[in-house]
Design a protein around this ligand. Structure first.
Ligand code: C5P
Length: 239
């Protein structure tokens, strides 16, 4: 499929298409005019070679593996992954300051050693699947929104480029950590779409208006019956 006529390519540059399905689904969506794709652990562990395939199509890759281990291990893992030439990668902020610094250094040094540019290094604050009650059970006494800011500060101090967060948290994060600190937001649904397992959702327009730098969108696009129609609707919302 060629590029859609009338689709604003610049606005689609803010979208990271989440590829959570099979290899054939990934190959299908590579034909569409997205420039940034999210590869998560469920597909990377089964089909790691897909990263090179996507890069070979001159598209960007966000490797969503959420690294979390002792600093030395994370450094080595991030070094290896940085060497794949990926454009964005993430780690759990809960690993702490030293781990986050090791993550950033590993990903950067691994990329540069292979002649690639430094990838964007992003922290994961609190998983949206963890409610306040579940967090209490894990020993976290702060409210989820306070924890997100606490971990945001930690990510900034570790010199990460930004955080993954809900579109509803973008404003507070930008106010506390600066406009240049990147926000990457899942939990996006086009108006009228099914919520699936997401709870606190925003439309692309709301997330964009709140100042989100990148919108991670999966099922609202990938489950659409008419991809051309949904892509045009999405690009229209982001102008
Ligand atoms: O299909 P949907 O748009 O809900 O997909 C969102 C993507 O973002 C999925 O890959 C999901 O795992 C990921 N994600 C999320 N919420 C987070 C972090 C990641 O939905 N807090």
């Amino acid at each position: 499929m060629g590029l859609q006529s009338g689709v604003n390519m610049v606005s689609l540059d803010k979208v990271i298409l989440a590829l959570d399905g099979s290899r054939s689904e990934v190959e299908r969506w590579l034909e569409f005019p997205f420039s940034f794709y999210k590869v998560g652990m469920e597909i990377f562990y089964a089909e790691g070679g897909l990263v090179q395939e996507i890069k070979g199509r001159d598209k960007r890759v966000f490797l969503d593996l959420k690294l979390h281990d002792i600093p030395n291990t994370v450094y080595k893992a991030a070094y290896a992954l940085g060497g794949l030439g990926i454009d964005m990668i993430n780690a759990h902020a809960q690993g702490g300051l030293e781990m986050l610094k090791a993550f950033s250094e590993g990903a950067t040094e691994g990329a540069l050693a292979k002649g690639y540019e430094k990838p964007l290094v992003i922290g994961v604050t609190i998983l949206t699947s963890l409610s306040e009650t579940k967090l209490k059970r894990l020993g976290y006494l702060d409210k989820p929104e306070d924890l997100v800011l606490r971990y945001g500060h930690l990510c900034k101090e570790s010199l990460l480029d930004g955080v993954v967060c809900s579109p509803k948290e973008v404003k507070a994060i930008k106010e506390a950590l600066g406009q240049d600190f990147l926000t990457v937001t899942p939990g996006i649904r086009l108006a009228g779409d099914s919520l699936d397992d997401q709870r606190r959702i925003s439309t692309p327009k709301e997330a964009f208006k709140a100042g989100a730098d990148y919108l991670v969108i999966g099922r609202s696009v990938t489950k659409a019956n008419d991809p051309s129609e949904v892509i045009e609707r999405l690009a229209g919302e982001l102008q």
